[in-house]
Write a new protein. Structure first.
Length: 442
């Protein structure tokens, strides 16, 4: 039995397992339905993707490269639950983040594609660094010149390109420094979500979620996508604000510092991606639960300061968002049907979260626990983003910043409901299965 959860009577335990089964069945039905519907549509019209609901192509790949991930996966299933149960908490977040990156690198070997290859295409941020020239002039004219820039640059504020420009001027140009940044940012994202979960629900609940979060199949896209940087910055910002919200009144000064720092960092996240906005639902729900408004106001001040500084040097965030919406509407999205991708996005996202996430959602349907609060905020963010129509396909990469928050819902499960090793095995198996059948350029 997982520590911190009381024993339950046999009848509720059976009911819990029924809900677990129903959650897994819903996960399978969602993914299967999106595959079937997508293939049916694709046979009649061009929907802008060749492997709906994913961006890529279906192609079975079974070679000797699969041996290492299988061996590593079995070792993780066997040893990792014991290791993380015995580690002192301060080591859990960084080691979980490191394990996550290591597992992602192991999975990437199945495909055999060079790690830096997706980062060096003409569509990505590195291709936009040459457009910077003079930074202040670039920021002042970023919105009006948006149509000239690479695809990924068009879809985001200028923060990522400016960061890469700074790295270039420091002698860290090219894809390899960017890859290191991507991996470090995801390590931070995993650790930050676990810190936030511990602040809201306690250490025992957070430990329950460590491995399902760290081993989410999203890692297949994490190690080759700059979006992992957005996930890391956003998660760290929300974790700071969450900890501030859970601080008692005796810690007001420290809480204000944490909240302001988190808000300022969230402002930085907004300069990387417009998609961070829906994740405001996470600290919003925590504030409602804690019945505290002051840390949110202090955090908002921090974000306003950062966005105000950006505006003072030439980039007005709201004008950038409006220009991005125009570019999005005239791009590939115009041929992608809204109603299909409204459904398909959720299916692709379900795969990136892994089947363990379905157990968390099923458990949350029966329980009202603090352990599910962060997950609920993540779900609100996903639904809002999906309904907006600003993501039609490719969400396996674009929605990386939502993944750890939603998967954290497994903290609401108990060992009597579903053993931790089963959750870990499900994540590992899904992580191996996806690259065996899907070739993704991201």
């Amino acid at each position: 039995m997982a520590p911190g959860f009381p024993e339950r009577a046999d009848e509720p335990r059976v009911a819990d397992r029924v809900w677990m089964s129903a959650g897994l069945a819903a996960w399978v039905a969602l993914v299967g339905g999106a595959l079937r519907w997508g293939n049916s549509l694709r046979s009649r019209i061009d929907i802008g993707v060749d492997a709906p609901p994913f961006y890529g192509r279906f192609e079975r790949l079974v070679t000797d490269r699969i041996a290492l991930p299988i061996i590593v996966g079995l070792a993780i299933v066997t040893v990792a639950p014991i290791l993380f149960a015995r580690l002192t908490w301060r080591w859990v977040p960084p080691i979980a983040g490191s394990l996550s990156v290591a597992w992602g690198l192991a999975l990437q070997r199945i495909d055999g594609t060079a790690l830096v290859e997706p980062l060096t295409t003409k569509y990505d941020y590195l291709a936009g660094v040459r457009d910077v020239g003079t930074p202040l002039a670039y920021l002042r004219h970023f919105t009006e010149q948006l149509h000239r820039y690479p695809t990924h640059v068009k879809a985001h504020p200028p923060g990522m390109v400016m960061l890469l420009w700074v790295l270039d001027r420091c002698g860290l140009s090219g894809a390899r420094p960017l890859l290191v940044l991507v991996l470090a940012a995801w390590t931070l994202a995993v650790g930050a979500v676990l810190v936030a979960l511990r602040a809201v629900a306690g250490e025992r609940a957070a430990r329950r979620a460590v491995l399902p979060v760290a081993l989410a199949p999203a890692l297949l896209w994490v190690v080759t996508a700059s979006d992992a940087v957005f996930a890391g910055v956003t998660a760290a910002a929300i974790a700071l604000v969450t900890v501030a919200l859970m601080e008692g009144s005796p810690g007001r000064a420290r809480g204000d510092r944490l909240a302001f720092s988190g808000g300022a960092l969230f402002g930085v996240a907004l300069l990387f991606t417009y998609g961070a906005v829906p994740l405001l639902a996470v600290p919003g729900l925590v504030a409602l639960r804690a019945r505290r408004l002051r840390p949110l106001l202090v955090a908002a001040l921090g974000a306003v300061v950062v966005l105000g500084l950006a505006a003072s040097v030439g980039f007005w965030w709201f004008a950038g968002l409006a220009a991005t919406r125009v570019e999005y509407d005239i791009g590939i999205s115009r041929i992608r049907p809204y109603w299909y991708f409204l459904f398909a996005n959720l299916a692709a996202f379900a795969v990136t979260c892994g089947p363990a996430a379905s157990a968390g959602l099923a458990s949350m349907a029966r329980r009202s626990l603090d352990a599910g609060l962060l997950c609920l905020g993540g779900i609100v963010a996903v639904i809002a983003t999906d309904l907006s129509g600003l993501s039609k396909g490719e969400v396996e990469r674009i929605w990386l910043l939502f993944v750890p928050w939603v998967v954290s819902g497994v903290a609401t499960t108990t060992e009597t409901m579903i053993p931790l090793r089963i959750l870990v095995l499900a994540q590992v198996a899904c992580g191996i299965a996806v690259p065996v059948f899907l070739r993704s350029p991201n």
